[in-house]
Design a protein around this ligand. Structure first.
Ligand code: ARG
Length: 274
């Protein structure tokens, strides 16, 4: 069974611009709370164990629990985390709370000690392939090439393979905004978000690569999450419906409109806890 970690949206707000979606639209706090509960419930309904980390006043983006750490298990069964080096100062302050959470739960901390100017943003840019044979790692807007390179070296030491993908459209600023792992053999992507080399890499590794239009991608369809035969997603467009049917995945639409004002949806709101 998959466990997922959430952080409640108690202090969630949009107060600056960290990505092109953050255009200052004001957040309806009650609506955000209800949507967040809906997402959490959808994961529970899909058979996941749901965990919670306490929200901290002043950390308005902490609700996006995907980013602060990368939590995983080595092929030998050792639980570890890699703390993120967030690009934005305000988000850097979220990281110690997650590190503490995982340290208490017995995870080894693999600190990359990235030099200044190199960034790595956890589950926003690092996604396990469904067969757990490697991690897709995006860089470009938020994580840097150097950050991902250092991550790749550190993962090699614990037996985890990493496939690096360069992103090239600022609107698709994290890998989880333009790539969703669907099954052991298939992924969902918005192709224009990737460099030619990255696209070739994706096509060489996934048996089936399903593409979504720009319009659908801007509705955060690639930020959906495939879990236990379901696909939890912000918008069930006709294009996506066909793809999910072909892959035998059951669509589970959830409303994430308030979080989309901050550039985030389903995948951003949770972290898988192995
Ligand atoms: N406002 C947040 C930021 O820009 C959104 C983070 C979304 N997270 C993600 N995994 N894509 O940092």
């Amino acid at each position: 069974m998959s466990n997922v970690l959430f952080c409640p949206p108690t202090y969630f707000d949009v107060i600056d611009v960290k990505n092109p979606f953050m255009q200052g639209a004001s957040v309806d706090k009650a609506k955000a709370r209800a949507q967040w509960e809906g997402v959490r419930q959808a994961f529970a309904d899909a058979g996941c164990g749901v965990r919670e980390i306490e929200a901290v006043p002043g950390l308005e983006d902490m609700v996006f629990a995907a980013n602060q750490t990368f939590a995983a298990v080595t092929p030998r069964g050792e639980k570890f985390i890699v703390p993120s080096a967030m690009r934005f100062e305000s988000r850097r302050r979220e990281v110690p709370y997650f590190v503490e959470y995982f340290r208490k739960a017995g995870y080894r901390v693999i600190d990359l000690a990235l030099p200044e100017g190199e960034f790595l943003e956890g589950g926003g840019d690092l996604l396990w392939n469904a067969d757990e044979r490697f991690v897709w790692a995006g860089h470009g807007s938020r994580s840097t090439r150097g950050g991902v390179a250092r991550f790749t070296q550190a993962m090699a030491l614990v037996g985890v393979k990493v496939v690096q993908l360069e992103l090239c459209d600022p609107r698709f600023y994290h890998l989880d905004t333009c790539l969703a792992v669907l099954t052991h053999e298939s992924v969902l992507i918005h192709p224009a978000a990737f460099t030619d080399d990255a696209l070739a890499e994706i096509r060489s590794r996934a048996k089936r690569v399903h593409e979504v239009s720009e319009e659908d991608a801007l509705r955060f369809t690639c930020n959906g999450v495939s879990v236990n035969g379901r696909f939890l997603v912000s918008a069930l467009t006709p294009g996506l419906e066909k793809i999910l049917a072909a892959e035998g995945l059951q669509p589970m639409p959830v409303d994430t409109g308030e979080f989309e004002k901050s550039g985030g949806s389903v995948c951003c709101l949770k972290q898988f806890v192995p």
